[in-house]
Design a protein around this ligand. Structure first.
Ligand code: SF4
Length: 379
């Protein structure tokens, strides 16, 4: 994840540069179940509205949580499917909070209602992220449910009114990219705390939708809009987070933008971006799926490192006898093509390896999702 507003803040309020370092344990994105009431076209977990067999039992989840705690995992992002459809979601959430995790809920928002908002408040979630992929009918088309937009916005408002930190998550494609400014207006209107722009990745149904991807010029335009909005909010004294995911070239693109618009800050910004360090798959970000399979991140569902029913997560995650994990943890990574020659590897860390693997069969080939020109990456 690229927290771009943190870097935008550096323009007016520079902070000291610190050395790059990894946090103690990875963030765990946990797909508690695969069932979902929506059928989103870009869903990475290919969820649908039915029960799936072989999912981890709640007691098994608790055992895994003990291991995660001792492995110093700081954050649990409870996801799905739709996590609010899990019969024990509040029991699991409460256990996570009681154990001292930062617990976030990643929801499609349509199941946040007057009936359960009291329970949601009682969980004291650190963050609730709601996915909305466009205004009104655009979202409903993506999510394949009429009324999904209204239901999700209602869910956001309920959280807002209850004082929960909430954010909008927007997965951008060619079909909804032009709605980004409207989505940012919606954030302002609802006064939500955070906006997450997720670049479409190549996994699950997203893989089949590759031709529809909004890369390159559209991505560049979108990123500039994000930078400008973030700077505007900051200068208006409004606390709002702007973050992106699934394309770590965003950090390098930001540096190019700074060089153009705020050149006096370019050197400092480059050092801050190196401190961030780019892609964290297999290092600081991990994924456990509904059946207990561990993956380097959510986009690597076709590559299983082990199962928490057979082996503790801490052992699976530390095992570098798996060549993919060894390669992901290596720094610098052994990259090829443009990524291998790129001057900004220390910022980007080779971006999203699953895109390279999906398109070439080689996880260390150049990332085809890089939207920077050769000149911009120092070639
Ligand atoms: S060439 Fe590769 S390493 Fe360089 S910015 Fe693009 S994706 Fe990142």
């Amino acid at each position: 994840m690229f927290r771009l507003s943190q870097f935008i803040r550096e323009i007016d309020n520079p902070t000291p540069v610190k050395p790059f370092r990894n946090p103690p344990g990875p963030v765990v994105i946990w797909n508690l179940l695969r069932k979902c009431n929506l059928g989103c076209k870009h869903c990475y977990s290919s969820s649908s509205n039915k029960d799936f067999s072989g999912e981890l039992e709640t007691e098994e989840l608790f055992t895994v949580m003990e291991d995660l705690k001792s492995f110093r995992v700081p954050v649990l992002i409870l996801s799905g499917g739709e996590p609010l459809l899990h019969p024990d979601i509040f029991k699991i959430s409460k256990r996570g909070k009681d154990m001292g995790f930062y617990v976030a809920l990643s929801s499609n928002g349509t199941k946040i209602t007057e009936d359960n908002i009291g329970d949601i408040v009682a969980m004291d979630y650190n963050y609730v992220g709601v996915s909305i992929d466009g205004i009104g009918a655009t979202n409903d088309k993506f999510r394949v449910m009429e009324g999904a937009y209204d239901a999700a916005v209602r869910g956001v408002k309920l959280c807002q009114d209850a004082g929960i930190k909430v954010g909008l998550r927007f997965t951008m494609t060619q079909d909804n990219a032009e709605e980004l400014p409207k989505m940012l207006d919606l954030m302002d209107e609802l006064e939500v705390d955070k906006f997450y722009l997720s670049h479409l990745n190549y996994a699950g149904r997203g893989n089949a939708a590759r031709e529809d991807d909004a890369f390159f010029s559209m991505t560049r335009d979108a990123m500039e809009v994000m930078f400008e909005r973030s700077l505007k909010a900051q200068r208006a004294g409004i606390e709002r987070e702007y973050v992106t995911g699934n394309n770590d070239a965003d950090g390098v693109f930001m540096l190019q933008w700074i060089k153009k618009h705020h050149p006096e800050h370019a050197e400092h910004m480059e050092q801050k971006l190196i401190q961030w360090g780019g892609n964290a798959t297999g290092v600081n970000v991990s994924n456990i799926d509904n059946r207990g399979n561990v993956h380097p991140d959510t986009m690597w569902s076709h590559h299983t490192l082990g199962n928490v029913k057979d082996r503790p997560f801490s052992e699976i995650w530390s095992d570098v006898s798996n060549p993919l994990m060894a390669g992901l943890k290596q720094r610098p990574r052994l990259l090829k093509g443009r990524c291998g020659d790129c001057k900004y590897q220390a910022i980007c860390n080779g971006n999203t390896r699953v895109r390279a693997e999906r398109t070439t069969g080689d996880a260390w080939a150049e990332d085809p999702g890089c939207y920077l020109t050769d000149a911009e990456i120092g070639l």
